[in-house]
Design a protein around this ligand. Structure first.
Ligand code: GLN
Length: 305
């Protein structure tokens, strides 16, 4: 496996050139555009990695997988999907357009920014600090990474400049679709996006979901099998935003991306994959990550469709 991963990283080493590092969160703009890494956690043969898989980066939207899993575990499917939809969207992840135009103004799915913010507002902890600790704990257990830290500089950078997310949250509040203190919920959102991971963590996150919610390293049943199935399904339909359809055809695996350049993918019953490259395509998905996942999926016949 390691030899195959090394070959794929090598063959995709120029793919980053088609993308750009995110700069709308100023601190993210400091990322090295040409870095890339690929990790697999196979449920039958364990971990394998190639490229730059130890460098830390922020989870960004990959963290929405953890908050969705937590919401499903604590509140149940019905309550979660009465507040957010399950619909794929052809708009960017931070778009406000359809949220305003489509009554009853519910976020279309839990993996776009408005949906993730709405999911956080639902969680049954009123204190923002406790809410964040619950999300962090879920992410830590999914990835077997007890000392999960945040990147303070990225957190502060997004908190200072995240006015689009503020607009989404305040719009939800104005139509009565957001419970609680808006700034406190946004603070939890900015913190969860700043959680620091690496490629191997994202492979294990995918592997836990691929194994029906059971972390293959710790042996802990982190979520129910049903929660893992729903999260994988929403990842498959909405995880790559407006690139989800194309990704389903070209790669064919449930996956979630983040603007830190990470992608976590879950091949049911088989493996988790972590891919990283900070240069992003126009939809905010890692350019190198997409190319490496496509190659890996082809080589190992991983498509689930
Ligand atoms: N923190 C980012 C934002 O809210 C997350 C977006 C993403 O990773 N796609 O804009």
């Amino acid at each position: 496996m390691k030899t195959l991963l090394e070959k794929i990283v090598r063959e995709c080493s120029n793919e980053w050139k088609s993308g750009r590092v995110a700069t709308y969160i100023p601190e993210l703009g400091k990322g090295r555009a040409d870095a890339s890494g690929l990790s697999v956690y196979s449920l039958s043969s364990g971990p394998a990695s190639a490229g730059d898989t130890g460098s830390p980066f922020t989870m960004q939207s990959v963290s929405k997988v953890a908050s969705l899993a937590l919401a499903l575990e604590t509140l149940g499917e019905e309550k979660v999907f009465s507040a957010v939809g399950m619909a794929a969207l052809a708009d960017p992840f931070n778009s406000i357009m359809r949220l305003e135009s489509d009554a009853p103004h519910r976020p279309h799915n839990p993996l776009i920014n408005s949906g993730a913010i709405a999911v956080l507002s639902l969680l049954p902890w009123t204190d923002g600090g406790e809410k964040f600790e619950a999300v962090r704990d879920m992410a830590a257990r999914l990835m077997a990474k007890p000392g999960l830290e945040i990147d303070e500089a990225v957190y502060l950078s997004e908190k200072e400049t995240g006015n689009r997310n503020r607009a989404l949250a305040w719009f939800l509040k104005s139509v009565g679709n957001l419970e609680g203190d808006v700034e406190e919920i946004l603070d939890v959102y900015f913190r969860q996006c700043s959680l620091l991971t690496d490629c191997t963590d994202l492979a294990l996150l995918g592997a836990t979901l691929a194994a029906g919610g059971r972390n293959p390293v710790t042996g802990e049943q982190v979520t129910s099998c049903g929660t893992a199935r729903i999260v994988r399904t929403i990842m498959a339909t909405c995880g790559m935003y407006d690139g989800s359809g194309e990704f389903a055809v070209s790669v064919g695996i449930p996956a979630k991306s983040g603007v830190g350049g990470g992608i976590s993918a879950a091949v049911p019953g088989k493996m988790g994959i972590g891919a990283w490259g900070p240069a992003l395509d126009k939809r905010g998905n890692s350019a190198a990550g997409l190319a490496m996942l496509k190659r890996l999926s082809e080589e190992l016949g991983l498509r689930i469709y």
